[in-house]
Design a protein around this ligand. Structure first.
Ligand SMILES: [Zn+2]
Length: 299
């Protein structure tokens, strides 16, 4: 039951749910960066949160969740794709590599929570709200209510090995598959499911399988489970993208970097892969090189 996303539905109530467990996917992030514990907690939780959000993406492409603030954590980014792959990174303010005990709001300071939907084809959509609440789950619940008008319950947990999350969401009118008769029969269904879900303990969410959690919380309800889906870590950085980024700095800037150091090394902030450009590579960026280098990149 590792690195899986489990979707489920209540047969008699217009509520859907998801449970995610991240194991190797989360460890792949931790292996590449050493983050202080409070940063691990919020980044791991945001990673589970993004897994829950990409479960129902209706397009091919990616979803990017970012928290940007003026606190010790200046940026937290998790990207998830419709292929159920994730990557994540955190940036700390200079001199804040030893954060030990900070409140959630203290970690981020004055911050905003940004979610970007990036379909491969079609319009990009971005929602921005002020970061609120005492944890990632509360911040995301608030985001979904304010920007999507969706009633959602979210529980997240992360430690230095695993991360997990539970989401329940009231289905909007148009998505109701059930008749009004059933809805009238169970008018307090949403409240009851919220109540039941809120009894989940952090260690249960982290340690129990999705099936065990569903049984533990909703054994008196009629729940339909879908096939579990696999989630994995993948970084989609390429040398071509780094080349584009370098060429966007301009010839002068790149030349002076090369003169100073002989080579330019660019590490991917997500996977830590090191891209090295020597004098010849750098010259190519500004001749016909860009077109040549980029020719076989996209898709
Ligand atoms: Zn990368």
């Amino acid at each position: 039951m590792k690195d899986t996303l489990q979707r489920f539905l209540f047969e008699n109530i217009a509520v859907r749910g998801e449970i995610v467990h991240l194991d190797a996917t989360w460890q792949a992030v931790l292996e590449r960066h050493e983050y202080p514990l409070p940063v691990q907690k919020v980044l791991g939780e945001l990673m589970s949160a993004v897994s829950l959000l990409i479960a129902t993406l209706k397009f091919k492409g990616q979803l990017i969740a970012q928290i940007q603030g003026d606190g010790p954590i200046s940026l937290l980014v998790v990207e998830g794709t419709s292929e159920k792959t994730l990557r994540a990174t955190a940036s700390l303010k200079e001199g804040h590599n030893d954060i030990t005990d900070e409140s959630f709001q203290g970690l981020f300071g004055d911050a905003r929570f940004v979610i970007t939907l990036e379909p491969e084809q079609g319009e990009r959509y971005q929602g921005i709200v002020a970061l609120s609440g005492d944890n990632i789950a509360a911040a995301l619940t608030d985001y979904l209510l304010r920007s999507e008008q969706l009633d959602t319950g979210i529980w997240l947990v992360a430690d230095d090995k695993k991360s997990a999350g539970l989401l329940i969401q009231k289905l909007p009118e148009t998505e109701k598959t059930k008749s009004n008769i059933i809805e009238l029969a169970d008018i307090d269904g949403w409240n009851r499911i919220q109540q039941l879900s809120s009894t989940i303990k952090e260690e249960e969410l982290l340690e129990l399988s999705a099936e065990e959690i569903i049984h533990r919380l909703y054994h008196e309800e009629d729940v339909r489970m879908f096939d579990a889906e696999k989630i994995s870590f993948r970084c989609h950085c390429t040398r071509e993208r780094v080349a584009k980024m370098l060429s966007s700095l301009g010839e002068e800037e790149v030349k002076s970097m090369i003169e100073e150091l002989n080579t330019i090394e660019v590490a991917c902030e997500f996977c830590n892969h090191n891209y090295i450009f020597d004098t010849v590579d750098a010259e190519q960026l500004f001749t016909s090189g860009v077109a040549h280098i980029s020719s076989n990149t996209e898709h």
